[in-house]
Write a protein that binds this ligand. Structure first.
Ligand SMILES: *Cc1c(COP(=O)(O)O)cnc(C)c1O
Length: 366
């Protein structure tokens, strides 16, 4: 069976270093905050070029805390995409604000900037693009719209570690960027973890306080905060893995290129790559009207595949309070029925990938 991600294979490649890092944390008992967290934050800031990186408990928390830090909350609206993981909208709701959806671009599956302005109201406080599948959204258009209307830009970069836009790491073109280190992400912890990066000193300081019960000093709680810290074990593991991230990202991009070459000419839509450095291939997503049949066919050939995402956010039961119905965001709804994610991870072997490519070809030939 070719799995959709292979964290066991990855662990085997870094086993000694990871075990050593875990042992170090146990020996030092630096479980919450402490040296390991500071070391990882410093390294992540360096790799991204961010003036500030703040470790938090998850990617969802990262979004929630940055909204809080910016003062976005009750009565406010945040514009985002309906074609994303539920956490994007959940975190907006955690902050007390309301998600407002805008349909996606049919080629990149990212938020369509030409549709953003008509969704802006006097309650709009922020635009939150998601760099979906690892590809940077159209940030120059989004930032220009935000400037014109005096809105914040928060980049949900949970799937886009190391993706660049205009020579900068994603997360730095807007007010802040949020990352998830969920195990299956391009940089994954061995549990829940996340981070915020920003070039703004004021909100960096606020997020640091918010994650840690609203305090700077041990017994002075300056503001209402949360217990949403990154823990030492995760930070130590992430520190080991961060050193490999550039190499792993190149491997993902090479796998993507082999898919492009191998699947060219078949009656399916390959992912559009806006720029080489702008896509880090968290997912390699093809599009076909015969998606469900192809997925079943691959399963028979022992190949796992995924659908990201089969039910758009505006049609999720949890978001029924927004009052949407089928037909509201047709491009997103079409994608939900036709996209298929093929395995893409650094440990995917060439012969495994050849089997996948051959099987997709056999499906369309047959
Ligand atoms: C994974 C993910 C999140 C949430 O991250 P967690 O660490 O699981 O909380 C948010 N947004 C997107 C787009 C994601 O893929």
């Amino acid at each position: 069976m070719i799995p959709f991600v292979d964290l066991k294979a990855q662990y085997q490649t870094i086993r000694t270093e990871v075990n050593h890092a875990i042992q170090r944390v146990l020996d030092n008992t630096s479980f919450i905050m402490g040296d390991e967290v500071v070391a990882f934050e410093t390294a992540f800031a360096e790799v991204t070029g961010a003036p500030h990186a703040i470790g938090v408990a998850s990617g969802t928390t990262a979004i929630h805390l940055i909204l809080d830090a910016l003062g976005v909350g009750r009565g406010d609206e945040v514009i985002t995409t309906p074609h994303t993981f539920i956490a994007t909208a959940e975190a907006i709701r955690h902050a007390g604000a309301t998600p407002v959806f805008v349909d996606i671009d049919p080629q990149t599956y990212n938020i369509d900037p030409t549709k953003i302005e008509s969704a802006i109201t006097e309650r709009t406080k922020a635009i939150m693009p998601v760099h979906l599948y690892g590809q940077a959204a159209d940030l120059s258009s989004i930032v220009a719209i935000a400037k014109k209307h005096n809105l914040f830009v928060i980049e949900d970069a949970a799937q886009a570690h190391l993706a660049q836009y205009d020579g900068q790491h994603v997360g730095l073109l807007g007010d802040a960027g949020t990352f998830s280190f969920y195990p299956g992400k391009n940089l994954g912890a061995y549990g829940d973890a996340g981070a915020v990066i920003t070039h703004r000193d004021d909100i960096a300081e606020k997020v640091r306080m918010l994650r840690n019960h609203g305090r700077r000093e041990k017994y002075v709680h300056e503001t209402h905060g949360y217990g949403e810290r990154l823990d030492g074990l995760q930070a130590a593991i992430l520190g080991v893995k961060l050193a490999y991230l550039a190499e792993w990202t190149t491997a993902r991009q090479e796998i993507a290129q082999r898919y492009r070459d191998g699947l060219a000419g078949l009656p399916l839509l390959l992912p559009k790559e806006v720029s080489a450095e702008g896509h880090v291939y968290h997912l390699f997503v093809i599009k076909t009207d015969r998606r469900d049949a192809l997925k079943a066919f691959l399963k028979e050939k022992d190949i796992s595949s995924g659908v990201h995402y089969p039910l758009p956010l505006h049609l999720q039961p949890a978001l029924s309070y927004l009052g949407h119905q089928a037909g509201d965001f047709p491009v997103c709804e079409d994608a939900a029925k036709t996209v298929l994610s093929l395995p893409v991870y650094p440990e995917l072997r060439v012969e495994q990938q050849q089997h996948i490519i051959h099987s997709v070809g056999a499906f369309f030939d047959g």
